[in-house]
Design a binder for this molecule. Sequence first.
Ligand SMILES: [Mn+2]
Length: 292
Amino acid sequence: MSSLININNNFLDLPPELSTYGSSRVAVLPIPFEKSVSYGGGASKGPDAIIQASGQVEWYDEEINAEACQVGIATAAPVVCKNITGEEAVKEIAKRTSKLISDGKFPVGLGGEHTVTAGCVMGMLKECKDFGVLQLDAHADLRDSYQGDRYSHASVMRRVREFGLPIAAVGIRSLCQEEVEYIKREKIAVFYDRVVNKDGWPLEGVINALPKRVYITIDVDGFSPSVVPATGTPEPGGLPWYETLSFLKQIFAQKDVIGLDVVELAPIEGLHFADFSMAKLIYKLIGYRFIS
Ligand SMILES: [Mn+2]
């Protein structure tokens, strides 16, 4: 897809001693699922684009002041996503994720469309009951179904909520009336991007809305398009790079983060900074989790 020359096939292009599954604390799980995308396509190419770009990320990070990769980052075989329904994909992703958890790994899912998060969360639930989900996203993704599909990317947080988990959402700037009513009824902690931009980041609100254990799902369209223009449904406004990092760093400091995913990167040929930024984001988060 890309005209860039890359040969790495694991996250960060790590040598075996830093990427062997058995000795790694982190497991990256590529999930190239794309079925219900409603506008721009290409999310199935996200995992590979992130892995290719990650080969250019420096192992040392001056903020972390360490090489976080020393904890070991394995890249698992991609979830096979061709010719399956959303429901089948969710079940398969759940199986793969719960295996990573039972092997003691910190799972990092790479989407794929946002639907994959339902599978990751379902897999976490098999191993661990009491947690909440922090969502960074432009869209609420709380429709009961979208275009007749209950496993649409636009319904993923509704499915997550139906697992009985508390949700806190940050960066939201596009949703429908049905979702607003659901948010009110279910008392979901939604922090709209417009308000975050005006009044500052809702660290305390998010901390209070979630239990000690937290799973993080990052839809890349939650970021400002200046950070990630490469996504199917871009929205103006959005979360800036440094502020988002320092917010997430606080979440890692105050909560026990048990896993994460980054979804909806739809790489654009020749515009590889978006792929690189998301690779760097993931590496930062691994550093926040295991080093700082
Ligand atoms: Mn989303």
